[in-house]
Design a protein around this ligand. Sequence first.
Ligand SMILES: [Fe+2]
Length: 263
Amino acid sequence: MTADVPVAPADVTATDQAVNASGPAKLALPSYGRPRGVHPPLDFEGYRSTALRHPRQPLVLLPQRLTEVTGPLLGNDIITPTDSDLTMQHAGEPQGQRIILEGRVLDSDGRPIPDTLIEIWQTNAAGRYRHAREHHPAPLDPNFTGIGRCMTDAGGKYRFITIQPGAYPWGNHHNAWRPAHIHFSLFGRAFTQRLVTQMYFPGDPLFAYDPIFNSVPDERARQRLVAQFDMDLTQPEWALGYRWDIVLRGRDATVFESEVDDK
Ligand SMILES: [Fe+2]
């Protein structure tokens, strides 16, 4: 699955318009622009597994017609409060530094995007995922699953309470460690509209050594993946606060991955 950013009908190509002008049966469909220099390439030399899994044929745009845009949606009615509080999903509290993570989903003009399903997944404080294929010999935390979800509100805002994730080794090369990060998935108005990315923490000493972080060609785009520590968001005697906005398009667009990555 590609994670390209849907663009507005105003960006329909001239070719599309010409085709539409020639026949009433044609539907003007939005194209999927992928700005240069922002998103990582599908095949990146330093990120070993991309060599085998990147597409070798040109991507085919699957137009979103009635079936794709009217499919089932995961709405507010089945999301519970503990879905967005990863510290409250078990009988006891998880180990680690408690953090509040807040931000907004915005379009290229800074307008908030409500009703976006955001799902996150992350390691526990020791850098271990609760996953069948996890091999990192760090302790599991019986009180931490590492999965959360919420919907953005009318102001495009999301909020999670969780634990600071740990760094972990991933075997890409000798002594390879991923900087601490949280994976994000966003669903738009349909399951066919999904974007996936990762959020990092400021000042991580592993940035310079991480091929995934550095597969993003542009330095400013890389920095847009790093959350900001926000003293106003902290809660005294309880939790630190980080703020991270997600921008879908435009010059300040967040970097999105080409596919779901389990690292
Ligand atoms: Fe990861």
